[in-house]
Design a protein around this ligand. Structure first.
Ligand SMILES: [Zn+2]
Length: 469
């Protein structure tokens, strides 16, 4: 098998403009100019579900997918500025990480082997109080974006302070993100009062209105850290501005018991009474859910995010994907922050999600490889309200693409590329990554120019964290 990917040209792609399907039909008999033809060994488009295409090309123009078609047809119909042939590689949509705290990558490995509440109260919150400045969020977010892109994640849903710094990091790396406008009752270096959190979030929303790669969510931290007044305001803003709501939910039994004692309601019942639970609601973790909770999520067409590695490491428990599936709930996968994982690695999340679902349910058919790939792509995009733009390889969607090499000796023999993606391959096998048709990772190398300077600053943050009491 050939090892090199022949790049015929090194074209710069733009991400402006729209190419509609009608152009293809009206010009069907002539040669149409496009930016890029990608011809991998296999394509897993995610939609339609469960298929693997061979002898197909993906056609890209102005950052969008024009169509998927047979290679011979693509070469006769289109005149491409750039053609990339990827023998032994599988092309799929970029992975969608539905829950992250990107800046916390600077606390990777800072505090391990502790239960959630003491981990938060004794180590993480004091470290954040001492360190979490605009500069910290900027550098931590850059580090996270570079790690995620290299591993094939093209979009993440974030929740953290100083989201304007994360926005800058997303732009600098060419990534896509849904950024949470964080709301929490207690003061931080970012904001002192709930009003200030709201005001800063809304100003950021205004600043990036219409941006192609940045969207926003309202991100009240959790039912146990946000008061009724603020949650009501979140519900009203979500309605008025059509923004998704991104919130931690039912991560540990302890937080649910404490919530019941304080409010005489489960966290989800209270959120529902305050008007938050609807088709724009994304509850993260949902490790401990009653049948009534699952039924309510279903009735309201709300979404969940499953973060299996973080839940395992903090010993929070294991969410029942069997229950979620039986109720027909839409869910994506998330890494959570690198302080509790410690890899922003969606391949690990896919493998854990699939294997844990089988192991705890006793049903080996649960979360098969195609089902798991959908959770990490289109279903995550749906949970963020982005499924019309990303998550599958369909005409008109953004060309957010990942190519994975299945050539290595540890991936032989190969009967089914979809099986290898879940059960055998890893993020090190990702070779090429595009976001909106722009190539960000080429032959496993990032296009980001300032990596050395970033690593120097990360070393300084490491020393600052090490010096904390
Ligand atoms: Zn989290």
């Amino acid at each position: 098998v050939a090892l090199a990917c022949p790049f015929r040209q090194n074209a710069q792609m733009s991400c402006q403009g729209l190419l509609t399907q009608s152009i293809i039909f009206t010009n069907a008999m002539s040669t149409i100019s496009v930016d890029l033809l990608i011809i991998p060994e296999w394509i897993i488009p995610i939609e339609p579900a469960g298929i693997v295409l061979t002898d197909h090309a993906v056609v890209v123009r102005n950052g969008l997918i024009v169509e998927l078609c047979k290679v011979s047809l693509a070469r006769s119909r289109y005149l491409a500025k750039n053609e990339i042939v990827l023998p032994g590689e599988v092309l799929m949509p970029g992975l969608v990480n539905t829950h992250c705290h990107a800046a916390m990558t600077l606390l990777r490995g800072y505090a391990d082997d502790m239960p959630l509440m003491s981990w938060l109260q004794e180590r993480i919150w004091p470290a954040e109080a001492a360190l979490a400045s605009a500069a910290f969020v900027h550098d931590g977010s850059l580090l996270a974006c570079l790690e995620m892109l290299r591993g094939g994640t093209t979009c993440f849903n974030d929740m953290y302070f100083f989201p304007e710094q994360t926005a800058a990091a997303v732009q600098a790396t060419g990534m896509r993100a849904a950024l949470g406008l964080v709301i929490i009752d207690f003061p931080t270096a970012y904001a002192s009062t709930p009003d200030e959190y709201f005001a800063k979030g809304l100003a950021l929303l205004e600043q990036y209105r219409g941006d192609d790669r940045l969207t926003f969510c309202l991100a009240p931290h959790a039912p146990y850290t946000v008061c009724d007044d603020s949650l009501r305001k979140v519900a009203a803003l979500s309605d008025r501005l059509n923004l998704p709501i991104h919130i931690h939910l039912n991560e540990t039994l302890g937080e649910i018991e404490a919530h019941r004692a304080q409010h005489q309601l489960t966290p989800l019942e209270r959120l529902d009474r305050l008007g938050l639970v609807n088709a724009k609601f994304l509850g993260v973790h949902a490790v401990h859910m009653t049948q009534a909770d699952l039924a309510l999520i279903t009735q309201r067409n709300a979404h969940l995010a499953h973060c299996p590695t973080s839940n395992l490491k903090l010993a929070s428990g294991i969410a029942s994907l069997q229950g979620w599936t039986q109720y027909g709930i839409n869910f994506g996968l998330g890494t959570d922050g690198a302080a509790s994982n410690n890899r922003l690695d969606m391949w690990q999340e896919m493998r854990h999600a699939s294997l844990l679902a089988k192991g705890i349910s006793g049903d080996a058919t649960l979360m098969d490889c195609h089902r798991t790939l959908r959770a990490a792509t289109i279903d995550g995009a749906r949970a963020l309200g982005l499924d019309h733009r990303i998550g599958s390889l369909c005409a008109g969607k953004a060309a957010d693409l990942v190519s994975v090499s299945l050539r290595d000796i540890d991936l032989q023999p190969l009967f089914d590329p979809a099986s290898h993606l879940i059960y055998s391959a890893s993020r090190e096998d990702v070779t090429q990554v595009w976001v909106s048709g722009q190539q960000i990772i080429r032959n496993r190398k990032s296009s980001y120019q300032d990596e050395a300077a970033l690593l120097q600053r990360v070393a300084i943050w490491q020393e600052k964290a090490r010096a904390l009491p």
